[in-house]
Design a protein around this ligand. Sequence first.
Ligand SMILES: O=C(O)CCC(=O)C(=O)O
Ligand SMILES: [Fe+2]
Length: 326
Amino acid sequence: MAKAQTSIELPIFDISQPLDPSSLSSLSQACKELGFFHIRNHGVTKDLYKRLYSLSKHIFSLPLESKLKVGPFSSVNTYTPHFIASPFFESLRVSGPDFFASAQASATVLLNQQSSEFSEILREYGSKMTELSKRIVQVVLMSLGENFEQKFYGSEFRKCHGYLRIINYTPPESVKEEDEVEGLGKHTDMSCITIVYQDQVGGVQVRSKQGKWLDINPSEETLLINIGDLMQAWSNEKLRSSEHRVVLKRFVNRFSLAFFWCFEDQKVIYAPNEVVGEGHLRVYKPFLCEDYLKFREISSVGEGKFEKVGFTVKDFAGITGQKSTL
Ligand SMILES: O=C(O)CCC(=O)C(=O)O
Ligand SMILES: [Fe+2]
């Protein structure tokens, strides 16, 4: 794979302040064009990241047989080993709303410890991400239309829930110097929104409408937000869920945290008429959130499929014959 040539400067929004009309309009533009933006003043301290990083690193450094005790064939089922998402990717899932209990279930098996430091940190991080997700959905709704936050936040997004993936990328040692490999192949997220912390190594790339891969450089003070498939469908494509991937450099290990904020399984996703807007065609049939998640699970099963996650919400619920507005 040749090195990507271009990087993109995403707009940065101060999430601790109310957004003024011009920020709301650039937010709506960002969500429509790429579906990616940065936030700052998010309230997560460097110290929290440091502690979470070092404890997670320790967990990933445990022998495979220990990690598999919370792996796909265990009752805990929080660990995804290498060769599932990609050969270089492994992750640990911590689910809300009780992040402490979820982390503790893994930690008791993996660390066999009395101390609950890991679970305490995850409680704190989970609660910060939950607050942030709510706030981000609210500002995104504000950017979509006047009073949309008052009209739709409570009725549509109140029951959202989140889960975190702690991800460790271990690149192969035998790539040529100038080459990069995919740590996580091209995909779209099945969330409403995703909050990503990427370390200073970087590597996230987003695919533009023209099909070009653009580097999203890490920056110490910000978190990366992207719109997921559920929001793209709910907004009748006023918000874009872009394809993205992670590329790795030779010898460089990479650490990231991806927090997915999702509708409840039983939610019927159907863009309100006001969101579709008068004179606009509806581009998605109503669908049950859970059915889409199952569809993605089934369509990604099979050898080597992690290379290409081809099917998205458009294939699942797009109205046939309706040209995409994206
Ligand atoms: O590792 C990252 O920085 C991004 C991960 C990602 O896109 C995902 O887990 O969906
Ligand atoms: Fe993603």
